[in-house]
Design a protein around this ligand. Sequence first.
Ligand code: UDP
Length: 451
Amino acid sequence: MDKSNGLRVILFPLPLQGCINPMIQLAKILHSRGFSITVIHTRFNAPKASSHPLFTFLQIQDALSETETSTHDVTLLLTLLNRSCESPFRECLTKLLQSADSKTGEEKQRNCSLIHDSGWIFTQPIAKSLNLPRLVLNTYKVSSFRDHFVLPQLRREMYLPLQDSEQDDDPVQEFPPLLKKDLIQILDKETEILDSYTKMILETTKASSGLIFVSSCEELDQDSLSQAREDFQVPIFTIGPSHSYFPGSSSSLFTVDDTCIPWLDKQEDKSVIYVSFGSITTISEAEFMEIAWGLRNSNQPFLWVVRVDSVVHGTERIDEQLHEKGKIVNWAPQQEVLKHRAIGGFLTHNGWNSTVESVFEGVPMICLPFEWDQLLNARFVTDVWMVGLHLEGRIERNVIEGVIRRLFSEAEGKAIRERMELLKEKVRRSVKPKGSSYRSLQHLIDYISSF
Ligand code: UDP
């Protein structure tokens, strides 16, 4: 029996697709356990309030221009958002807590808690001044979040450049299972601005009352949980995969094209390769062409998500040829797609949500990571769990064709599928009664209820 009756949780997601989905899932979980839910959100990428009539939505003005919000530089976007949202958030939260009449107001404040995305770095003094318990929600893999400790240190120690390119495939001792060639790619892009941003994330997290990993579970993060507990010194809850509690429910910022489902219905079992690089990644037109020809030449039917802004300079020129062999949509109902009996593989950028959703449905992956945490997730997929194949960044038609054939037609692919089935079962058990995530969620609920 939950002790949460009538307690209010205030949620504050980052306005990115990969952050909104898990936060809304958490809202649904907590609401189903008796909490009342208030979501404070930005004007930019506002969640669709009408899809969640049982929650209260409060919008704050982020004051960002269209040019600023359309940047593909995520660090810049997050820096701008943090800069412009601090005062509106403070105002909104203060008003919210004072909104009840003075008699019940005191009571309400005592019974509230705040859960915000780890990417909001100004929340600590605000919550402290309002005497509001605060937890941090993280949408990454636990080991990825630990990179906030490791990467700045590696940069300070001048880990790079490597002296000898033969070392490229060696593991990074301080950060397994990352390889040195992955680290080159990460450190190459990361900047001092990012280091100071991640430093603030760590400080904000360490000063919180707890850390929630909403999209991961002990089974996927055994390697790093005890270290993370030592690093952060706050209670850690791994309650994922969160999408498993309310499957199919949408908090999509894009218009979903459902026509891919009847198209999938016409395909054979485990024959289709699903291709998606998430909500942010962009590729060049040349890369688009290589992927297109790789898919076409593999002779495997494919379903490809090509967001309107995802290919620099557009894709109109080749659409027609591609439609012969597959289907292209602007945005897919991904969880439904991965669940479909026709899907046999997922060519992915290895965003953590996509990776977990794929594991949860037992779909083997072809890994094409582009950024920091994606590179680490991909190594877990191919080198630790061995449930996928890695393109090693080679966006070339022959390589893509070859890797699809290996996954779909060769003994290697069969072995990968078998391992994926085992991993899927393990992760599915975690959210069932007595499973690790199920128990962790109960601890979280008891913990919030005790505030
Ligand atoms: N997604 C979707 N439809 C698409 C592509 C992606 O619903 O066509 C969802 C996907 O299910 C996942 C999220 O968008 O929950 C992407 O998150 P992820 O962490 O994988 O990548 P990001 O977008 O943060 O790079």
